[in-house]
Design a protein around this ligand. Structure first.
Ligand SMILES: O=c1[nH]cnc2c1ncn2[C@@H]1O[C@H](CO)[C@@H](O)[C@H]1O
Length: 322
C-alpha cells in the first residue's frame, strides 16, 4: 500500500461568509489538509463579525482546538470605508440564522503576526488559503521580509482574469476590497495561485444539489442548507440563475486536490485607482513589449485557467453529505 501522505497544513484567511462557511467545513472534512488556524478579515462582513463567525463555525464543528487570529479592520492604506457584502450573505454574514454568540475568543496575536510566526516555525510547509481581501497577507509580507520565502504557498480566491468582475465590470470583490494589498501579494515573490471568478463561475451548485444537502441527516449538510437560502435568493436576483457559484469552496478544493484546476503563469498587477480600481491584469507573454512596463522584472504567479467543475461539485457533496 502507498504510504499515507502527511496532510498539508493550511491557514484559512476568511470573511465568513456563506461560501466561506462551506469552504471551512470542507477543509475540516478533508483528510488531505490539516487546518492549523483561521485568520479573519473584513469583506463579506466587518472583521469583528468575521471573527465572531469564525469562532462560531469552529464551535459548531466541535473544533475549538483550532485557533482564530483576528485580522485587520482597515485596508493596507488605512482606509476605513470598506466594501461590505452583507446583501449577498445576510446582515450576520451567515444567512440571518440568529446563531448564538460564540464562547471562545481570538488569540492575542494579530492575523499578520500569526502568519509570520507560523511560516517561520514551519518553513515551506504552510499553505494559506485566502478567501477575502488580502490585507492580512500583505501586512505579513511587510512585517517580515522572509515571509514570502517561508510560506509554502498562497492559494487565493480573487481576481477576474479576462472576464467581468463581480462588483462592477472590472473588479472582483476580494481584490476590490484592498487592491493595494493584492498588488503587494501578487508581486511579493511568494508561490501564489490565484483562483479567479473566471474559473469559479464555471462551478455551479444547483437547486437539486442543495436538495441533497436538505435531505441529508449530516449536521454540516443541514447547517449549510439553512444558511444557503439567502445566498441562493441573491444569485437568483443578481444572475437570474437557480444555483450559486462555488467561489470559496473551489479555491479550498484546489488545495485539497490540485488536479482540479489547471493554470498558466505570468506577472499580475492590480489597478489601485480610477474607474478600473481592482482590475487584475495578467501579462500573457503573447507579445514581447518594446518598452519597459510595470510588469517587467516582477515575480510571476500562477493563475487558474480551467476547472473540472463536475468533479468539484461531486467532491463538495461527497465530503458534506454524511
Ligand atoms: O454575487 C456576489 N457579489 C459579490 N461578492 C460575492 C458574490 N458571491 C460571493 N461573493 C463573495 O466574494 C468572493 C467572490 O468574488 C467570495 O469570497 C464570496 O464570499
Amino acid at each position: 500500500m502507498a504510504a499515507q501522505k502527511e496532510p498539508k497544513k493550511i491557514i484559512i484567511d476568511t470573511d465568513p461568509g456563506i461560501d466561506d462557511a462551506m469552504a471551512i467545513f470542507l477543509a475540516l472534512r478533508s483528510p488531505e489538509v490539516q487546518v492549523i488556524g483561521l485568520t479573519t478579515i473584513y469583506g463579506n462582513v466587518y472583521t469583528t463579525l468575521a471573527t465572531r463567525n469564525a469562532l462560531h463555525l469552529l464551535e459548531f464543528a466541535g473544533r475549538t482546538d483550532i485557533p482564530v487570529a483576528e485580522g485587520s479592520h482597515v485596508t493596507l492604506t488605512k482606509e476605513t470605508k470598506l466594501h461590505i457584502r452583507d446583501s449577498v450573505h445576510g446582515a450576520d454574514g451567515l444567512g440571518n440564522q440568529n446563531f448564538p454568540p460564540p464562547n471562545g475568543k481570538p488569540l492575542e496575536e494579530s492575523a499578520a503576526a500569526f502568519f509570520v510566526n507560523q511560516a517561520k516555525a514551519n518553513r515551506g510547509k504552510i499553505t494559506v488559503v485566502a478567501l477575502g481581501p488580502l490585507t492580512n497577507i500583505a501586512l505579513a509580507i511587510q512585517m517580515d521580509p522572509e515571509f514570502s520565502k517561508n510560506i509554502g504557498q498562497i492559494v487565493l480566491l480573487g481576481g477576474a482574469f479576462a472576464v467581468n468582475g463581480s462588483v462592477n465590470p472590472s473588479a472582483e470583490t476580494n481584490i476590490l476590497g484592498d487592491p493595494d494589498a493584492a498588488d503587494v501579494v501578487f508581486t511579493s515573490g511568494a508561490d501564489v495561485l490565484a483562483v479567479g471568478i473566471n474559473v469559479t463561475q464555471q462551478v455551479v451548485f444547483t437547486g437539486s444539489d442543495r436538495e441533497k444537502l436538505a435531505s441529508s441527516k449530516g449536521k454540516f449538510a443541514q447547517y449549510l442548507n439553512g444558511i444557503l437560502e439567502v445566498y441562493f435568493s441573491n444569485y437568483c436576483k443578481a444572475y437570474n440563475i437557480k444555483g450559486i457559484y462555488l467561489h470559496d469552496p473551489t479555491a479550498l478544493l484546489a488545495v485539497v486536490d490540485p488536479s482540479l484546476v489547471t493554470f498558466t503563469e505570468g506577472v499580475v498587477r492590480v489597478q489601485t485607482n480610477g474607474i478600473t480600481r481592482g482590475l487584475t491584469i495578467l501579462e500573457n507573454k503573447q507579445k514581447r513589449f518594446g518598452e519597459v512596463t510595470e510588469w517587467c522584472n516582477m515575480p510571476t504567479v500562477k493563475v487558474a485557467v480551467t476547472v473540472d467543475a463536475p468533479r468539484v461539485v461531486k467532491l463538495v457533496l461527497d465530503r458534506l453529505l454524511d
